[in-house]
Every structure is written in C-alpha cells, then in structure tokens.
Ligand binder design. Structure first.
Ligand code: CTP
Length: 403
C-alpha cells in the first residue's frame, strides 16, 4: 500500500484516468486525485471522490490550515500525472505552480510519472520535445504516448497509454524507482505470442502463449529509451505504448518480418514459434465427409533464432536472446535442457523457465534463469513478467555484447 497522488490535467483522456484510479485503489493504494480546473471540465469532482474514496484536492485555497499544497507532495510515494497535456508538461518543466498540482510537483520528493496525451503535432513540437527532455533529465519518467486514433478523425502518436499499462508501470516504479534510460539510442526487436499454423481457413495448430512476456519486454525497453519493434503473433493484448507493432500469424510470416529488420542492437525471441506446420493449408474448409482427418502431414518450420545466429557478422551483430520453456524429464532437469539448448542455438542469452502440468500459462508472473554464453547465470525468482523483462534487459546490458 502506498500513498499516491494522481494528477489529472485537461485532456479527453481524463476518462481513462478513472480506470487507472480504480485499479490503484483496488490494490489498496491510498490515492488522492489532484485535477486541474481544465480536467474538471472533462470528468467532475464527484467521480474522482467516489472512485478514490477520498476528498479531491483541486484548490490551493481550500483546507489552507492543513497546508495541503505542501503536505500532499511531501508525503506522496508516487505522483502520476495522467493525462499530461502539452501545457501541463510545459508548466512542470518550468516549475510553474498556479494550482494544486503545480505545488504537488514542486514539493514531491518521490518518483514522478507523466503519461502524455495530446495531438501528434503537439507531441512532436520542439517546445514539447524540449520540455520532455528537461523533465527526463531531472529524473521524471515521461512515458511514450501510444499511436492510434486521437480525438476527432486524426491518428498518430499522442494517445495516453491504456490504464492497464500505466498501472503496471506505477507498480514497477513503486517497487524499483524510475528506471534508467540505459537503452537510449538502441534499436531492439522483440517477438511475442504464439504462431498459428493453418490447416484450412478455420483450423490451426497453435500454442498457449499469451504474449504477455514479450509485451512486457517491449514495454520495458520503451521505458528504458529504446526504439522498439514488436513482432506480435496473435495475442489479444493492447499494443504497448511507444513500440511499433507488426502483427503476424505464422512462423513463416514472423521469419519474413524478422528478416527485413535492420540495424538492430538486440533481438529477443520471446515468441513461441511452432516447430511444424501442416504440409497443406487448404483453401476451403476440410469436411468430415471428404474423409477422416486422422493424419495431418507436418513439415518443419524454419528455426528463426538459429537463422539469426547463423547470419551474425562480427562485432556489429545484435545481441540475440532466446527463450525456452522446459519441463525436464528422467534424462535431465529443465536447466540442463536449457544449457544444452543455449549451446545448440548459439545465442548470447537464453531465458529458461520451467513449465509443466499445473504450472499456469496466461498469468502475469514468471520465474526464470537467464543463462549466458559466458556462464554468468542469473536466477530470477517468481516476479511479475514486467520485472523479469527488466532482468532480461539488465542481462543484455551486463553481457557487454551490445555493440
Ligand atoms: N524458435 C525459433 N524458431 C522456431 C522455433 C523456436 O526462432 N521455429 C525460438 C523461440 O522463439 C525461442 C527459442 O527458439 O526463443 C527456443 O524455442 P524452443 O521451441 O524451445 O526450441 P526448439 O529448438 O524447438 O526446442 P524443443 O525441441 O525443446 O522444442
């Protein structure tokens, strides 16, 4: 349980902050909402009070005897400003305090997260770019906005990230502080989800991968400053803000998209790629009357990871990370299989997790051992997939293999 201030500024995305607030309060955090006057034009005080279960701190001149304009900031363990308009970022960057939120931001000594939401032109305007840079230099976490439909008919970068993503981020910051931008200037590629290998237009061979771990890796890399491409096979998850998402269906689609990526510093193959596909993908639905479907001829899919390793050329090559879900059997435990796989695949790092009957898929927690080619293995206990993602990026950096 933490004391959080949720600053809300005047943008239409204020309605999304209601969902963020609900998630924060449901996890027992004590959240005080500090809306600007413009924010109250979008969502009224009654909504914030009802959802937070606390008085709303909108005005500097109410409860003056409590010195709320100083106390709120001083006591906060996290301040999240969502949505943060271009104007709000400008005021924060220049230390203006015309209202309660300005006062909170100046008195806070805790991590501060801004979730910008504005039109693309405002986001890319040099004034905003400079303000964001200034806030980041001072240690604030300004998240990248998502791309997509904005208010009205236009679309582009500027959407506030979804509440679920901001909630995960808030929890990560509470647990570990504002992450460093140690992947700034790096181009990384992450694959996620599970491929589908079609038999006919309605049937496919697939797997249980939810894509959560790959999405967490992409989101963590964006926060750490990387330029992120996420090749995503079939998950039903909201796109992580700030990443370029390339949807694919099958292993062959994924190979095609991975092959066209250029100038990469790191590639993380978190996707569950089907090893085999049906030899034939019928154009029309296969019917029972046309004969029993008891035998599906399978052909082997390309091993994308092995291909990436084989294509490496000297010191300019990207760091390559594989994933392996292993059960272990009487011939060896899951880790010994992982070590053999690392040697066989030849990648720099292999993230091995133990799976089996009764071990949950589609959950937000994961435990793993990150095996390194140099033998410096990192054991990560059961943590959120977001924290495991950070551990993987830490290991990529620590490997010293980034060019
Ligand atoms: N992978 C890949 N292309 C494939 C299969 C797997 O790039 N056709 C990648 C996965 O994304 C993962 C790693 O290889 O990062 C290990 O996947 P896994 O299925 O465990 O490897 P396999 O070689 O298929 O081993 P196994 O026999 O245990 O299935």
């Amino acid at each position: 349980m933490a004391r959080i201030v949720l600053g809300v500024t005047g943008g239409i995305a204020a309605y999304k902050a209601c969902e963020l607030l609900r998630r924060l309060t449901e996890t027992s955090h004590e959240v005080t909402v500090v809306p600007t006057r413009a924010a109250l034009e979008f969502v009224g005080e009654a909504t914030w009070a009802a959802l937070s279960g606390r008085p709303v701190a909108a005005e500097v001149f109410s409860d003056v005897d409590q010195v709320a304009h100083v106390r709120l900031g001083q006591q906060a363990e996290l301040v999240v400003v969502a949505p943060a308009t271009a104007d709000a970022l400008a005021r924060a960057a220049h230390g203006l305090a015309p209202d309660m939120l300005g006062n909170v931001l100046l008195t806070a000594r805790c991590p501060i997260v801004f979730a910008p939401a504005m039109h693309s032109e405002m986001w890319s305007n040099p004034a905003t770019v400079g303000n964001v840079e200034l806030l980041r230099q001072r240690g604030a976490l300004v998240v990248e906005p998502a791309s997509g439909r904005l208010t009205g008919a236009d679309s582009g970068p500027g959407r506030m990230p979804e509440a679920a993503e901001l909630f995960t981020l808030a929890e990560a910051v509470l647990a570990g502080g504002v992450p460093a931008r140690d992947l700034s200037g790096r181009r990384v590629l992450v694959t996620a989800g599970g491929t589908r290998e079609f038999l006919d237009p309605v049937r496919f061979l697939g797997n249980r991968s939810s894509g959560l771990q790959g999405y967490a890796l992409a989101a963590a890399a964006v926060i750490r400053g990387a330029d992120v491409t996420l090749i995503s096979a079939n998950p039903t998850l909201p796109p992580p803000a700030g990443a370029t998402v390339v949807p694919v269906v099958s292993a062959e689609d994924m190979l095609r998209e991975v092959s066209v990526a250029r100038d990469l510093d790191a590639i993380v193959m978190a996707a569950a790629v089907a090893d085999y596909r049906p030899a034939r993908n019928a154009d029309a639905k296969l019917k029972k009357e046309s004969g029993p479907l008891t035998e599906i001829g399978l052909v082997e899919n390309p091993d994308i990871l092995a291909g990436l390793v084989a294509a490496r050329r000297g010191a300019n090559s990207p760091v390559i990370v594989g994933f392996a879900a292993e059960t272990g059997d009487p011939d060896g435990d899951y880790l010994s299989y992982g070590r053999r796989k690392l040697a066989r695949k030849g990648c720099d790092l292999l993230v091995v997790n133990q799976v089996g009957h009764g071990v949950a898929f589609e959950v937000d927690r994961n435990a793993a051992v990150i095996l390194t080619a140099g033998g410096h293995d990192v054991e990560v206990p059961l943590v959120s997939k977001r924290r495991l993602a950070d551990a993987v990026w830490d290991a990529v950096i620590a490997s010293g293999a980034l060019k």
